[in-house]
Design a protein around this ligand. Structure first.
Ligand SMILES: Nc1ncnc2c1ncn2[C@@H]1O[C@H](COP(=O)(O)OP(=O)(O)OP(=O)(O)O)[C@@H](O)[C@H]1O
Ligand SMILES: [Mg+2]
Length: 228
């Protein structure tokens, strides 16, 4: 589903080599944790998948397609195949929960008849149907993050990327977020989660890819890993 072939990424302005000769194959339906110290290259790797960055060397393939070949509208279409969650919720503050989700469905061109059931389903997946008329500021931090995940899932993307999705959350809320990500995985999504939170990995012992200073130094199958 996602394939990195000998990818090196250098940020031109600072000449920082954020990734060095990274090869990685993530199969459809896999759940992968991406771990590593701050600055190891996790967010850079996710941004390559979104084609927000281009590799300096090597290639990134998504569903068999070299992302380098994508231009114009096809870049937007590519990004619609990916749900993204960040550390902060990034919801539109002047729109309700429901409107935040509808915004995505409109952009995706989903027929209007499907909007209400889709919104209800996505909010049910995160346990927040009762908050659909609330504005982001009327939600707790944990609730807002769950809405952000509902927004990432409402379009039914085959791939879900999460960049430190529990970074702002207490342990109980972090585990609630993990449960939602597990649910998406169980329904068939390919899920890649960048995280510092070891207890998250321990709570769901899946594949763990370890980056250290831009290099892929470990690829474990059972959730056990070391950063050194
Ligand atoms: N826009 C940028 N321009 C120049 N260098 C950058 C840029 N973004 C990141 N870097 C550098 O690239 C390297 C990898 O950064 P990246 O953000 O991918 O790390 P990370 O693993 O996500 O770290 P964190 O856990 O702190 O989020 C770091 O050395 C960082 O300073
Ligand atoms: Mg990061």
């Amino acid at each position: 589903m996602i394939h990195f072939h000998r990818v090196t990424l250098e940020y031109p302005r600072t000449r920082t080599k954020a990734l060095f000769d990274v090869s990685l194959e993530i199969k459809k339906g896999e759940f992968v944790f991406l771990v590593g110290h701050s600055g190891a290259g996790k967010s850079s790797l996710l941004n390559l998948i979104l084609k927000r960055l281009e590799p300096t060397q090597g290639a990134v393939y998504f569903a068999g397609e070299n992302l380098k070949a994508l231009r114009g509208d096809r870049i937007a279409l590519h990004r619609r195949r990916i749900g993204v969650v960040y550390q902060d919720h990034r919801l539109l503050r002047d729109r309700t929960v429901e409107e935040n989700l509808l915004f995505v469905l409109r952009v995706l061109g989903v027929p209007a008849a499907e909007w209400a059931p889709r919104v209800t389903r996505a909010l049910r997946q995160v346990g927040l149907v009762h908050k659909k008329r609330a504005y982001p500021e009327e939600l707790s931090v944990g609730e807002a993050q769950r809405v952000a995940i509902a927004r990432a899932l409402v379009g039914d993307p085959p791939v879900l990327l999460a960049d430190e999705p529990t970074g702002n959350l207490d342990p109980a809320n972090a585990l609630a977020v993990l449960e939602i990500l597990k649910g998406a995985h169980a329904r068939g999504a390919t899920v890649l989660v960048a995280t510092h939170a070891r207890d998250l990995v321990e709570a769901y012992p899946q594949r763990v890819v370890v980056l250290r200073a831009g290099q892929l130094v470990r690829d474990e199958r059972d959730g056990r890993y070391s950063l050194t």
